[in-house]
Design a protein around this ligand. Structure first.
Ligand SMILES: Cc1cc2nc3c(=O)[nH]c(=O)nc-3n(C[C@H](O)[C@H](O)[C@H](O)COP(=O)(O)OP(=O)(O)OC[C@H]3O[C@@H](n4cnc5c(N)ncnc54)[C@H](O)[C@@H]3O)c2cc1C
Ligand SMILES: NC(=O)C1=CN([C@@H]2O[C@H](COP(=O)(O)OP(=O)(O)OC[C@H]3O[C@@H](n4cnc5c(N)ncnc54)[C@H](O)[C@@H]3O)[C@@H](O)[C@H]2O)C=CC1
Length: 498
């Protein structure tokens, strides 16, 4: 047995850990470039994520569909890939070996860590506090939602923004640290533009929107696995995120506060505090329960206490580095990600990393920043494979163009949202100015200008301006003579710069 294991391990040349978008893209690229080399894709999740229908929307913006598949489909397409479904529990970097939970050992010449991240919860181990990451966590969320009257959402990033809009039929208390909603994506003006959508009823059928499609498959007999890969674009489409109330949104926003403490019903009953009712619904019968009838209570730092059925902690992610860090001197960043250089290489020889697990630690282009996103996971996985190959062949490799300009297309509150470059003036201090155009309920366009040049843009709605602005940003065209005419709705800006 030990002998056959050893023999099996010796065959390994490339090993990729993680079956999310970063790992699968990396394995595919390696397998295609080195058809006679063996590529092991070792993953804790029963299903892997595959990118299909990759479309280049513009030079920097890309869209693709994502399919959850069994590993055999990947093995069929790439006969030199073997998908191993088992969590890696140990890395022995000195011996160039990873070991799985079952004790199987895989030697590598080059290893790429793509084990993603998991939700960074406000408190761990509390059964009333949920994080959302993979298909299983969404199932748990859906199950609890069925009977829920009120949910408290903490966090102000991508997941919270999606949930407050998508959740129907229950009261939502949304507790955010900031003054305005959606701080990771928006400025206060954009937040103001979007907030109207929360006050209106949701449209019955979602309007068509040029977006990524997300398809899932039920994992065979692996209910309850806690190490699935991250959900992604449109994960909620087709999912029933409805509680029993006959209404769409009912959202109360608590700004500039955090969670002070969480109390179970018994703990709450022993304290002499009053829980507040949902704003504007003090007399509604369903709310008469507000004071003592909730399974859990949340005290906020603004002094308010609310009862709810459960809490969603949408408060960012922690990279999954634990199994790899033991006994290995990785350089790890403050956010818990393993640091990678401009070749996606970690501080240890022959070990690379890509996607949510890593922290980009090279000096980035002035117009790019890392965000733990689907597109960046794909781009990093692809580029890591190219770098691993280049090192193996001892060839030089240049940084890929995709790291020149940050570009993200997504959808919030039913609007198409495009983010380019320093869309929020990130890192620019006071040395920038903003140009704005806003038509309520239709579009919000913000340009970030520095020294007469465009360095970022935020486009909400179907503006069709992305390609032109992307070019102006990439080319760093001197626009000082145009001033506000850049956003004059009567000027066809596309023709202007043709
Ligand atoms: C709810 C939600 C919505 C999102 N929406 C968007 C969006 O609209 N747009 C966007 O761009 N991004 C979105 N993201 C972010 C995006 O999904 C992630 O950035 C991206 O999927 C990360 O890919 P990854 O391959 O690095 O990691 P993951 O997808 O997390 O994959 C990690 C893989 O590693 C495996 N693994 C973990 N530990 C081990 C181990 N010890 N051994 C072996 N395998 C292991 C896991 O099973 C998994 O297969 C969203 C994320 C969430 C949670
Ligand atoms: N459409 C899109 O592009 C989407 C992208 N995502 C990505 O998925 C990942 C996970 O999403 P999120 O959890 O929303 O992370 P996030 O990083 O987008 O947002 C985290 C939010 O939590 C807040 N926060 C952190 N600690 C807190 C605390 N203790 N108390 C209160 N607030 C706290 C932060 O201020 C921030 O607003 C992110 O990388 C995100 O970019 C998720 C959903 C949609």
């Amino acid at each position: 047995m030990a002998e056959s294991r050893e023999a099996e391990a010796m065959k390994g040349r490339f090993v990729v850990v993680g079956g999310g978008i970063a790992g699968v893209t990396c394995a595919e690229q390696l397998a295609a470039q080195f058809p006679s080399h063996k590529v092991y894709l070792i993953t804790a999740s029963p299903l892997i994520k595959a990118v299909t229908n990759l479309r280049q929307v513009s030079r920097a913006l890309e869209e693709f569909d994502v399919e959850e598949q069994g590993g055999s489909e990947l093995e069929r397409l790439y006969p030199n890939i073997s998908v191993v479904q088992s969590p890696v529990t140990e890395l022995r970097s000195q011996e160039q070996k990873v070991i799985t939970e079952e004790g199987a050992e895989f030697l590598y010449n080059k290893l790429c860590l793509c084990a993603g991240a998991r939700p960074k919860l406000i408190v761990g181990g509390n059964p009333y506090v949920l994080g959302i990451r993979d298909t299983d966590s969404v199932r748990d969320f859906q199950r609890r939602l069925t009977d829920a009257r009120r949910v408290l959402i903490v966090g102000n990033g991508g997941i919270a923004l999606e949930l407050v809009y998508e959740l129907e039929g229950c009261q939502v208390i949304w507790a955010i640290k900031d003054k305005a909603i959606g701080n990771t994506f928006f400025d206060a003006g954009a937040a103001e533009f979007l907030i109207d959508q929360l006050k209106a009823e949701k449209p019955l059928a979602p309007p068509t929107c040029k977006r990524t499609k997300y398809t899932t498959e039920s994992p065979p007999g692996r209910e309850g696995s806690s190490m699935g890969s991250a959900l992604g674009p449109d994960w909620h489409e087709g999912l029933d995120l409805k509680a029993k109330g006959a209404y769409s949104h009912r959202v109360q926003i608590e700004t500039q506060c955090e969670v002070e403490r969480i109390l179970l019903q018994e703990e709450f009953a022993q304290l002499n505090i009053t829980a507040l009712p949902f704003q504007g619904e003090e007399t509604v019968e369903s709310d008469s329960a507000s004071s003592s009838d909730w399974p859990v209570y949340v005290q906020l730092t603004n002094g308010k206490t609310y009862g709810c059925d459960f809490i969603v902690s949408a408060t960012g992610v922690v990279p999954n580095m634990e199994p790899f860090i033991r006994g290995n001197q990785f350089d790890v960043a403050e956010d818990g990600g393993v640091r990678v250089n401009d070749h996606m290489a970690t501080s240890l020889p022959n070990i690379y990393a890509a996607g949510d697990i890593c922290t980009a630690s090279w000096t980035p282009s002035a117009l790019w920043q890392q965000m733990r996103l689907w597109t960046q996971a794909r781009q990093m996985g692809w580029y890591a494979a190219k770098c691993m190959g280049a090192e193996l062949l001892q060839q030089p490799i240049e940084m890929d163009f995709c790291f020149e300009l940050f570009a993200h297309v997504t959808k919030f509150f039913n609007y198409k949202v495009i983010l380019l470059g320093k869309y929020n003036g990130q890192g620019l201090g006071r040395e920038h100015e903003l140009l704005l155009r806003c038509t309520r309920g239709h579009e919000y366009v913000k340009l970030v200008m520095q020294g007469g040049r465009m360095v970022g843009a935020l486009l909400i709605g179907d503006t069709d301006l992305e390609e032109t602005f992307e070019n102006l940003i990439l080319n760093q065209t001197d626009l000082s003579s145009y001033g506000e005419r850049l956003l004059d709705p009567n000027i066809d800006i596309e023709d202007y710069f043709d």
